[in-house]
Design a protein around this ligand. Structure first.
Ligand SMILES: Nc1ncnc2c1ncn2[C@@H]1O[C@H](COP(=O)(O)OP(=O)(O)O)[C@@H](O)[C@H]1O
Ligand SMILES: O=C(OP(=O)(O)O)[C@H](O)COP(=O)(O)O
Length: 397
């Protein structure tokens, strides 16, 4: 970490406006934050800066809006952040421009405000220098505390680091230190569990990961795409049919790298995507045309647990099923508990990451038993691949 400027190097911040890029992209259910891990991760940096008298301006994206979308405002999340911090947190309805400048101009030393979703701005994901300059007008210093968004070269995650004095926040610093300690030189065999719903971005990662791990366990929506690629009729399951060729390429690469790929052979299917929907457990070849695969089946989970028992290191991103909806949490909970027990017995180093993955481990009651739980999903996988993360690179001293 000596290569990065951290809050230890930031000097006197009293009265200075500090733009803190946090990751407030938290899981929501029924309009409420369902897992506040990322808010708790943001606390040390925000509290430290506010206690030192900075004017703290929190920047973040939320979801993947196409332009302004009131459903994806950060306003409700700023209230949740205030509860976690136990402090007053203001909300500024823009992340740049005259109204934001005026609101920030009224803030006093030690005050905290969240600015509106950076992805409401067209220039955010393009890392547009004009947007970078407009946001930079609001601050004197920039702190990036969003390791989980560090794989994005966006205006708020990368661009700002080039125009303002830039520092790594406490959460960013801790993530990099812990990941290096746990996975810098992983003991083999290494297993990776990759599941969840962000199929396209994670397929890219798998391409490189297969040469780094001995077992690749594929679940969630990811598995459906691979099953479809192998000719299985997955009915109405979440599946990216246009990526089937990519999936076949990954399987071939895994074979050449002697990486064992585990795909489910029994699955839990339902006709509705809702809790307690009528469901049945079937062989993957028996999914009905009007059914969705919502979880890995119990026989496959048992085989996965057995495979895990032969491994020394586990990296996990993405739930095996739609874990928010009981009973489709069963496979994720069962495998998480096996991994936790192996870690507690000292035979496995287990590192998990991802907003929903962390929520799933909390749901299974085992997050504290893992060796390290990262707030990051995609960024964590890219770090694992050995890729340079733009948000981290931009902080190099
Ligand atoms: N078989 C499935 N069908 C539909 N959605 C699924 C399935 N399996 C997992 N999911 C969904 O994937 C989401 C998490 O995916 P993702 O965002 O990729 O994970 P993470 O945030 O941990 O990286 C959860 O909301 C879960 O419901
Ligand atoms: O939730 C996030 O990533 P993750 O799902 O990989 O954990 C980050 O906030 C990044 O979000 P993005 O994948 O929409 O850029």
């Amino acid at each position: 970490m000596a290569k990065f400027r951290t809050l230890d190097d930031i000097g006197d911040v009293r009265g200075k406006r500090v733009l803190v890029r946090a990751d407030l992209n938290v899981p929501m259910q029924d309009g409420k934050v369902s897992d506040d891990t990322r808010l708790r991760a943001a606390q040390p940096t925000i509290a430290e800066l506010a206690d030192k008298g900075a004017i703290v301006l929190v920047l973040s994206h939320f979801g993947r809006p196409k332009g302004e979308d009131p459903m994806l405002s950060l306003s409700p999340i700023s209230s949740a952040l205030a509860k976690v911090l136990g402090r007053t947190v203001g909300f500024v309805t823009e992340c740049k421009g005259p109204a934001a400048e005026q609101a920030v101009g009224l803030m006093a030393a030690g005050e905290i405000a969240v600015l509106e979703n950076t992805r409401f701005e067209a220039g955010e994901e393009k890392n547009d220098p004009a947007l970078v300059a407009a946001i930079a007008k609001l601050g004197d210093l920039y702190v990036n505390d969003a390791f989980s968004a560090a794989h994005r070269a966006h205006a708020s995650t990368e661009g700002l680091a080039h125009v303002l004095p830039a520092y790594a926040g406490r959460s960013m610093q801790a993530e990099l230190e812990h990941l290096e300690a746990a996975l810098g030189e992983p003991e083999r065999p290494v297993a990776a569990v990759v599941g969840g719903a962000k199929v396209s971005s994670k397929l890219d990662v798998l391409n490189n990961l297969v040469s780094k791990v001995d077992h690749l366990i594929i679940g969630g929506g990811m598995a459906n795409t691979f099953l479809a690629a192998k000719g299985v009729d997955v009915g109405k399951s979440l599946c990216e049919h246009d990526l089937k060729e990519t999936a076949l390429g990954i399987l071939a690469k895994a074979d050449a790298a002697r990486c064992t790929v585990h795909l489910p052979y029994d699955v839990v299917v339902a006709k509705e995507f809702k809790a307690n929907a009528a469901n049945r457990t079937v062989n993957v070849h028996e999914v009905g045309a009007d059914e969705m695969i919502l979880d890995v089946g119990p026989a496959a989970v048992e085989a996965l647990s057995d495979a895990l028992k032969t491994c020394r290191t586990l990296v996990w991103n993405g739930p095996l099923g739609a874990f928010e909806l009981e009973p489709f949490d069963a496979a994720t909970v069962a495998l998480a508990r096996t991994a936790a027990a192996l870690t507690e017995a000292g035979s496995l180093v287990s590192v998990a990451g991802g907003g929903d993955t962390v929520a799933a481990l909390n749901h299974a009651g085992v997050a504290d038993s893992f060796s390290f739980v990262s707030t990051a999903g995609g960024a964590f996988l890219e770090w694992m691949e050995g890729k340079a993360l733009p948000g981290v690179e931009a902080l190099r001293a």
